[in-house]
Design a protein around this ligand. Structure first.
Ligand code: G4P
Length: 542
């Protein structure tokens, strides 16, 4: 653990002084990562409340409920009590503009979450003090690592009895491989929770039950031996001093650079449901979290301050409005400036399109976007022509990299109940693939259509949407596929591989060659037999 109050801890000012550079420097675009039930929804709501984006607690859950009610296929979510969709929420805070990208809670839709993480500049990890590091958190951290995403940590539910904070921090360090730098430290927990001591401000934020709407009362101390601290901490005082000493001795400094490099995470304690500990978290977050940074494309790095607009699509959401059967493509702006009515080039299609009706997303509503700047997300109406990974620019070929397609973990063969509907089936599957709702593999050696998914619910969603949107009655049956690997290597070697393998070679939706391994052992043997070929568990969209 590391802590050091001395270092300068503000972001360097924007280098260029153009409107684009200034607007980009204000943006903080992030997602919350957590295991289900740690408190992501509650914290999201409280952040919106503190950001003034909503006035009433309960709105986010309300949003969940109304979203369920407005769409056919989400009726399924409702019956299962899960949230499938990702949405974007923007609010101003301390002269910054915060874009919070919400992610589905259910792990069956984790691909959606993974891709959303490609569109953020940082993440906020929520950990339940009683449960510590949980499996979903580990997986999401792995994804954050792919792009060295800087991570803030909020340790939640301090109003409940949990594990000793030091033990939980040790676990984060050991399991997630990231150094913890506590910025606040809890005084007691459960029914004896008194508040948090802010190590940098030398201030105690007092916990007064659920009455913390405005952030609660604070006491500014004159060092740890201030008698008021002893009074507040009561019999926890000695423990508190000892823990803070340990925390301070353990390392040689919280370093903004190390945080930005994804090596150190600043840690805050609190109780989201009681609005507690959120103000210090949000204050530090808008200060330290990175503004949009340059992004890689195949050709060159694109700086956010560049004047020409560029961006990429990380999510397609269907049926946001069942009356219109619309699809919305969510585009992350990487550089430049979107203005209503502007023309931009859809690079894959090679077409210029004029966008008059892009959307921005506020807490619980969407509205027409007049402008958008780097870090912002706009929603583009789409009738099946835009796919995940598609890039937009003002003309230059800028294919943003780092938007991964992950190998599915579950596979099923599609069984078409009405053979006359084959065309509609393929059209439906193609579109669902473009939305990232599923992955399709077409084996070279037979006419099967194999669907891949990360979670079983994805199959249900596909079956239901094929029926309601394409009038196709399809089912699924088991197929002997354990995993998929994208195949890369020398063209001749790949051709030899394709010719020698009797089964297991398929094309994905984009025509890329894939090996469908029937078992883990078979995959290992095949990898050993073909050392010149790379068997990759992810494929980049661009
Ligand atoms: P998730 O999105 O990460 O899945 O978690 P969510 O916010 O839905 O929170 C899961 C449960 O934990 C909820 O209780 C929520 O009220 C509770 N919770 C969140 N933060 C805190 C906290 O700081 N302290 C305590 N004690 N509980 C917290 P629930 O019973 O499942 O739902 P509800 O009926 O309260 O809405």
């Amino acid at each position: 653990m590391v802590i050091c109050p001395e270092r300068p801890m503000t972001q360097p000012a924007a280098t260029a002084n153009t409107p684009t550079a200034q607007e980009a420097a204000k943006r903080r675009t992030f997602a919350i990562i957590s295991h289900p039930d740690a408190g992501k929804t509650t914290l999201t709501e409280k952040l919106l409340l503190f950001g003034g984006a909503i006035q009433l607690a309960g709105t986010v859950k309300g949003r969940k409920a109304s979203r369920h009610a407005t769409s056919d296929w989400m009726a399924m979510e409702q019956s299962r009590g899960i949230s499938v969709t990702t949405s974007v929420m923007q609010f101003p805070y301390n002269e910054r503009i915060v874009n919070l990208l919400d992610t589905p809670g259910h792990e069956d839709f984790s691909e959606d979450t993974y891709r959303t993480l490609t569109a953020v500049d940082s993440a906020l990890m929520v950990i339940d003090i009683a449960r510590g590091v949980e499996p979903r958190t580990i997986k999401l951290m792995e994804v954050c690592r792919l792009r060295t995403t800087p991570i803030f940590t909020f340790i939640n539910k301090m109003d409940r009895e949990g594990r000793p904070p030091l033990e939980v921090l040790d676990e984060i360090e050991d399991v997630l491989g990231i150094t913890c730098a506590p910025i606040t430290w809890p005084i007691g927990m459960g029914s004896q929770f008194k508040g948090v001591y802010h190590l940098l401000e030398d201030k105690v934020y007092l916990y007064e039950g659920s009455d913390n709407e405005g952030g609660g009362r604070t006491v500014t101390l004159d060092g740890l031996d201030d008698p008021r601290l002893a009074e507040i901490a009561g019999h926890y005082y000695d423990d508190l001093l000892e823990e803070i000493e340990l925390v301070r001795e353990a390392g040689d400094g919280f370093d903004l650079e190390m945080y930005l490099a994804g090596e150190v995470t600043p840690v805050f304690f609190g109780s989201a449901v009681n609005n507690f500990g959120i103000r210090p978290l949000l204050d530090a977050f808008v200060e330290w979290a990175p503004a949009p940074r340059p992004r890689e494309t195949r050709a060159r790095d694109v700086a956010p301050s560049e004047d020409a607009l560029s961006g990429f699509v990380f999510k397609i959401q269907a049926n946001m409005d069942p009356q219109h059967r619309d699809r919305i493509a969510f585009m992350r702006v990487c550089s430049g400036h979107y203005a209503k009515g502007m023309k931009m080039r859809h690079l894959r299609a090679g077409k210029d399109i004029r966008i008059n009706d892009a959307l921005t997303f506020m807490a619980n509503r969407r509205e027409a976007a007049e402008t958008a700047w780097p870090g912002d997300i706009i929603g583009i109406h789409n009738h099946g022509t835009i796919a995940i990974g598609d890039c937009f620019s003002e003309g230059e070929e800028l294919a943003f990299t780092g938007i991964p397609n992950f190998a599915p973990e579950l596979f099923q063969r599609v069984v078409l109940r009405d053979p006359l509907k084959a065309k509609a089936l393929h059209k439906g599957l193609d579109q669902l693939c473009e939305e990232g709702a599923t992955q399709v593999f077409r084996p070279l050696h037979n006419n099967d259509v194999i669907l891949g998914a990360v979670g079983t619910l994805q199959f249900d969603v596909v079956a239901q949407r094929l029926k309601s949107e394409y009038n196709v009655n399809a089912g699924f049956e088991a197929v002997q596929v354990h995993t998929a690997r994208w195949i890369y290597g020398d063209a001749r070697e790949i051709r030899r591989f394709r010719d020698r393998m009797d089964t297991g070679v398929a094309e994905d939706h984009g025509g890329a060659l894939v090996y469908l391994a029937p078992s883990r052992v078979k995959l290992q043997l095949t990898e050993e037999r073909w050392p010149e070929i790379t068997f990759a568990a992810t494929r980049e969209f661009n």
